[in-house]
Design a protein around this ligand. Structure first.
Ligand code: ATP
Ligand code: MG
Length: 572
């Protein structure tokens, strides 16, 4: 390909809202352009990279025995009503009407349609397993589309769905997908970690995320310094943090007492005043839980030196979402901000206590009365309490697998695999006949990869202050031949010769033959776009020499015209 024939509109300007390097560079280097909030066009270079990533994904999935299909992007709303997700998906699902007034949605994911496709076509255990995938457009009306391709509204996803006659067979496929995803991300040149994830609304027994390690990642992941343990903070667990017996530390014959703590609304104030460690107190976090058809104030209790993890809390009360409760919400619920505790709560208040507080004796907590706290409490006396893992694992907490130290790191979710079970096959009546002729719902797995997000992810992990640095499997072209001054016949001829030789050698190459661009401009385009290697044909040509530039290290090496192709073959 010749630069002069290719549409590569590079610019010095990055859009104002572009904070991530990947967003800035992909736009500046002419890979993508923005059409609207969360809507992007792929320009020629962007399309090449997208297709390369797509091809790696396809090749590995085909190798693993999956079949590619392509489902309609527009799906009838009735399908979503059958599964019960029409209301659950909320505002992320974009709904449209056709000219007859019928309701449709732009697919945010395709469980229902895929179940529908297989249902009644696969009827016997003999025809299972079946595993279908597509690499297709998705639309999610994200509340905050941002970071360019990272969180678009329209994006390209690989989604696949497997159908099995048993749980064991689904788990076998789940493990195969974990291995397949590892191959895909390794081939793309990404440093990643497979972590335990929250299965939240999807349910099921197991879910893992593939996190590409990058400081700009939106997800916090907890990893162990010693062992392989890794989990999204939404699902991370730790060894029990406090093991002191507060009862023994506090008093011989402990008794719950109400003490005056005038004006002391924070754990800090109360702990200082009573000279007790924060860990010996109970913190109340008051939230408003949003459900499909109602909302209510809910109180979560965690230890004074812990923080509430929102996703865990949301799951604990099975809500769609948790919002901060405002003063009016708190007042209406009969609660007292700053003095809320699990004893003497107003009736009908839904509350959950963190697992690590179970059966604790001797803790301090709010008395649900202004200016008062209780000391010497005994949680074993509370009846019908819902205990749940609610805490956000902190850095320095102890790994429950090996006793090592846990730390936080940031990751970009590039893929997610789920053991679904019968969550969709049951409501959609998708059944098969087992060995005994008994009708059973399919046991399913579902697996996603953010294909367009990966374009940005590669850059996020591989860039410097000058621009992108593409990896071998993702580079739009491996080599950029820069003809220093394309008006000079001998330089252009030498450039073309190398170009043809590289083509024969099977190395993807672009020839920067632009007559009107100066050398410095071509060089900065090379650095911005991020082809792995450049060959500069310039000043030393009369001596039979050209220069190979390594984009990653920016190191330059002089080689003879005769050697250049062999040298590049070796490097690549
Ligand atoms: P996130 O937590 O980032 O919103 P998700 O859990 O909603 O992701 P899934 O439903 O598991 O994502 O979708 C599968 C994959 O699709 C994700 O792992 C991610 O790589 C990609 N993806 C999800 N939402 C977007 C988006 N808005 N833009 C680009 N890619 C996305
Ligand atoms: Mg999402």
């Amino acid at each position: 390909m010749k630069f002069s024939q290719m549409f590569i509109p590079t610019t010095k300007e990055a859009p104002k809202d572009a904070t991530l390097p990947s967003h800035q560079f992909l736009i500046r280097a002419g890979f993508i352009n923005q059409e609207g909030a969360g809507l992007y066009n792929f320009m020629p270079l962007g399309k090449i990279v997208l297709d390369k990533i797509r091809a790696v994904v396809k090749e590995e999935l085909d190798n693993a025995g999956l079949n590619e299909v392509q489902l309609s992007f527009v799906t009838p709303t009735t399908l979503w009503e059958e599964s019960g997700r029409a209301s659950k998906m909320g505002l992320e699902m974009l709904r449209i009407k056709d000219r007859k007034g019928s309701d449709f949605v732009l697919s945010p994911t395709n469980e229902e349609a895929m179940v529908n496709l297989v249902k009644n076509r696969v009827t016997s255990y003999k025809d299972l397993p079946v595993h279908l995938y597509q690499i297709n457009t998705k639309f999610r009306d994200e509340a905050r589309p941002r970071f360019g391709l990272m969180r678009g509204r329209e994006f390209l996803m690989k989604d696949s769905y497997s159908f099995h006659s048993s749980e064991e067979d689904m788990i076998r496929e789940f493990n195969l997908m974990e291995e397949t995803y590892k191959k895909i991300f390794t081939r793309l040149g990404l440093e990643f970690r497979v972590v335990a994830a929250d299965s939240g609304a999807i349910g099921g027994s197991g879910s893992k995320e593939f996190m590409v390690l990058a400081n700009s990642g939106e997800d916090t992941i907890v990893v162990c310094e010693e062992c392989e343990y890794g989990a999204n903070i939404e699902a991370a667990t730790r060894a029990k943090k406090e093991t002191k017996n507060w009862y023994e530390l506090t008093a011989e014959n402990i008794k719950m007492e109400k003490v005056l703590t005038a004006g002391m609304k924070t754990i800090e104030d109360v702990s200082n005043f009573l000279s007790t460690p924060k860990a010996q107190s109970i913190k109340a976090v008051i939230k408003k839980a949003i459900y499909e058809e109602k909302e209510e104030v809910v109180v979560f209790f965690v230890r004074g030196n812990d923080e509430l993890e929102e996703t865990k809390a949301t799951n604990a009360v099975d809500a769609l979402e948790l919002l901060d409760a405002n003063d009016a919400d708190i007042l209406d619920a009969g609660l007292v901000a700053g003095y809320c505790g699990p004893f003497n709560l107003p009736e009908n208040i839904n509350f959950v206590i963190d697992n690590e507080l179970k059966d604790e004796v001797g803790l301090v907590c709010g008395a649900n009365e202004i200016d008062y706290h209780f000391t010497g409490t005994d949680l074993t006396t509370l009846k019908d309490v819902k205990y749940f893992d609610l805490i956000a694992v902190q850095e320095g907490d102890i790994c429950s697998c090996c006793g090592g130290k846990l730390i936080h790191t940031k990751g970009i979710e590039a893929g997610h695999i789920f053991q679904l079970g019968t969550k969709y096959s049951e409501p959609l009546g998708a059944n098969f006949l087992d060995e005994n002729g008994k009708s059973k719902p399919f046991v399913m797995g579902t697996y996603g990869i953010g294909v367009s997000r990966l374009v940005a992810t590669v850059v996020e992990q591989h860039h410097d202050d000058k621009g992108c640095i593409w990896t071998k499997e993702t580079a739009p072209f491996m080599v950029d031949i820069i003809v220093s001054n394309a008006k000079k016949e001998e330089e252009l001829t030498a450039g073309k010769k190398i170009y043809n030789d590289l083509k024969i050698a099977g190395i993807s190459t672009i020839l920067d033959d632009r007559v009107n661009a100066r050398f410095g401009f071509k060089m900065s385009d090379f650095e911005l776009i991020g082809f792995p290697y450049a060959v500069v044909v310039g000043k030393k040509l009369p001596d039979g020499l050209v220069e190979i530039v390594n984009r990653k290290t920016l190191e330059k090496e002089e080689v003879s015209l005769a050697e250049v192709v062999n040298k590049l073959k070796k490097l690549i």
